[in-house]
Design a protein around this ligand. Sequence first.
Ligand SMILES: Nc1ncnc2c1ncn2[C@@H]1O[C@H](COP(=O)(O)OP(=O)(O)OP(=O)(O)O)[C@@H](O)[C@H]1O
Length: 274
Amino acid sequence: MNQNTENNNHEGHRVNAGGIGRLAPNELNRIKNVIAVMSGKGGVGKSTVTGLLAVSLQREGHKVGILDADITGPSIPRIFGIKKRPEDMGFGLIPPETSSGIRIMSLNLLLNNEDEPVIWRGPLIAGAIRQFWTDVVWGDLDYLLVDLPPGTSDAPLTVLQSLPLNGLIIVSSPQDLVVMVVNKAIKMAEMMNIPILGLVENYAYMICPKCGEKIDVFGESRGKKAAEDANIPYLASLPIDHKLSELCDKGEIEKYQSDNVKDMASWVKINVHM
Ligand SMILES: Nc1ncnc2c1ncn2[C@@H]1O[C@H](COP(=O)(O)OP(=O)(O)OP(=O)(O)O)[C@@H](O)[C@H]1O
């Protein structure tokens, strides 16, 4: 891939949205909604939530893609069990599809060995993310979900600045400093003029496998209150579920069924169109 794409063949595509230079899509793409998923730190389940949301939207008959912008820690291909290399058609890269037809683009799919570490500096990472938008033939999509790198560093900022996002979802866990994470995300989103679709609290509780009782492993959830205080929707409270991690490890996230996730997808759909 050419790291200078923005300056040569796509130069005419730079548009101004909210005072920030946003990239227009490849002319072969018609993407209705672009939603980014962010977290304050790594490991809270951001990629898993992105994957679950994609699966749920796809099940409802929408055309869905995932742009894995977590360049140095890409886990989307692994949870969907895909290793197929994107095809280079000359006019762009064709993203491989998962078994249910979700289109995926991730740096991991371009590496010769998925265990290879990506030791790149900020500008190179930013360039790769931009090219996943400009040089990938996503085609017609109802929803493109963008799995952001954790935190508020260069890479998530690049996405917020350059992609025409319709909304941002925050994923947090009960151990997280949720109030701080939410406030930081809100400030970033306000600066970039992007609506916050809501907060998803992962690992929020657990269901006892013997008696079915709900256990607040990390104490009472603070996510709901944080969302209320910040005046953003509380999209979902997802339990720690051994079945989910097992399926993710096997690359079979598409087999996971959960009413919570179904409700989360419905909420996202409503909020993104408000
Ligand atoms: N609700 C859950 N129940 C059980 N396991 C989960 C749950 N959510 C995520 N996991 C597991 O936790 C691990 C980390 O999840 P994931 O990769 O989604 O985190 P992340 O926030 O995207 O991390 P990073 O930002 O560092 O890439 C994975 O092995 C995943 O299968």
